[in-house]
Design a protein around this ligand. Structure first.
Ligand code: SF4
Length: 337
């Protein structure tokens, strides 16, 4: 079996209002935490990829050595880079882009929520808008393609349109490879709090349709309720033979399917015996999974869905939204581990 361990060893400089993981305090984990975590799982898995970052990649000062350690400590497999990097570090550390180039990074995603004031407010830091703009310029001048990811809602839809116009202008001039896409994001973690301003399908500016992720498949909450309202099956998460675990800086363990909140805790690496925790994880015998098997989709829609809502959802995001509302309701929170 293969295991990916994604560990919040250093934290994140941002507090994004859409953060699907949920906000957690920053805390640098102690020396040796990586070895302890690897040793904990080692007897049970043939392959283990270790990631020392769960939130901001390369946030620690010695990111190059840390990446080398992640590679060295992994077992019979290696962690991947994806298309992620730290814009916080891009604009502060002149050695960082050369480091990304040394790893053959070709593209880096940068996240936008709107123009200056909105971006700063959504990221939780003054100067965040200037930083992503400067990061765009720096990546481009070093031959790395910037990809702008925009989260849209009722509050920022006009600004996302202005960002698209800005991106089109930049493409014509200096940044021909600049990529751009828009989506609504899931409805979990911090983004769950933005449900009241989740965008309605008919309010998406028509000019954004061509850059909207899976626009032709977009559904409304009403559509999702209609699909699920007579479905008497229970929610199910098929557990294969590859697992990815998110591990908090206090050693709590979660599947990586949704936010890191209490109902989803599988166990704690400092408190729980390894064999029992792994058994619970691979068999799905966790609090959250036990509780949701007691419901049906029809139940969940009746209790938590709004059949009149025109808010945009993919069916999978809507299902997770229902499950999380249930797990945080009085019925769902009873009998916590
Ligand atoms: S979305 Fe990413 S960058 Fe923003 S707060 Fe969450 S982990 Fe940090």
């Amino acid at each position: 079996m293969k295991l990916n361990l994604v560990v919040d060893m250093f934290g994140c400089p941002n507090r994004c209002m859409h953060c699907w993981l949920g906000h957690m305090p920053n805390r640098k984990m102690e020396e040796g935490a990586d070895r302890f975590i690897m040793d904990y799982f080692d007897p049970f898995f043939d392959q283990i990829a270790f990631y020392s970052w769960l939130r901001e990649p390369d946030y620690c000062e010695d990111y190059a050595e840390r990446w080398a350690k992640d590679l060295a400590i992994s077992k019979n497999t290696l962690p991947e880079r994806f298309e992620l990097a730290s814009f916080y570090r891009i604009v502060r550390d002149e050695k960082y882009i050369p480091f990304l180039q040394s790893l053959a990074v070709k593209k880096v995603q940068l996240t936008f929520f709107g123009l200056q004031e909105t971006q700063d407010r959504y990221v939780g830091r003054k100067g965040a808008f200037e930083e992503v703009m400067k990061a765009t310029e720096m990546l481009n001048s070093h031959g790395i393609i910037p990809r702008w990811q925009c989260f849209i809602n009722e509050e920022n839809r006009d600004e996302i349109l202005q960002l698209y116009e800005l991106a089109q202008g930049l493409r014509k001039n200096n940044y021909p490879a600049l990529e751009f896409f828009v989506h609504e994001g899931s409805c979990e973690g911090e983004n769950q709090k933005l449900y009241p301003i989740r965008i309605q399908k008919s309010h998406i500016p028509p000019a954004l349709a061509e850059v909207y992720l899976d626009y032709s498949k977009l559904m409304t909450e009403k559509d999702c309720c209609e699909i699920l309202k007579d479905n008497t099956a229970s929610p199910d998460f098929p557990l294969g033979d590859e697992f990815t675990l998110n591990i908090s800086n206090t050693y709590d363990v979660y599947y990586n399917w949704t936010h890191m909140r209490e109902p989803w805790v599988i166990g704690n690496l400092k408190k729980d015996e390894a064999e029992a925790l792994v058994q619970r994880m691979v068999s799905g015998d966790t609090h959250a999974l036990r509780r949701i098997r007691e419901c049906s989709w029809a139940d969940l829609v009746r209790r938590f869905g709004d059949p009149r809502s025109e808010k945009v959802f993919s069916l999978d995001d809507f299902k997770m939204y229902l499950i999380n509302l249930y797990l945080e309701s009085p019925a769902g929170t009873s009998k916590l581990l």
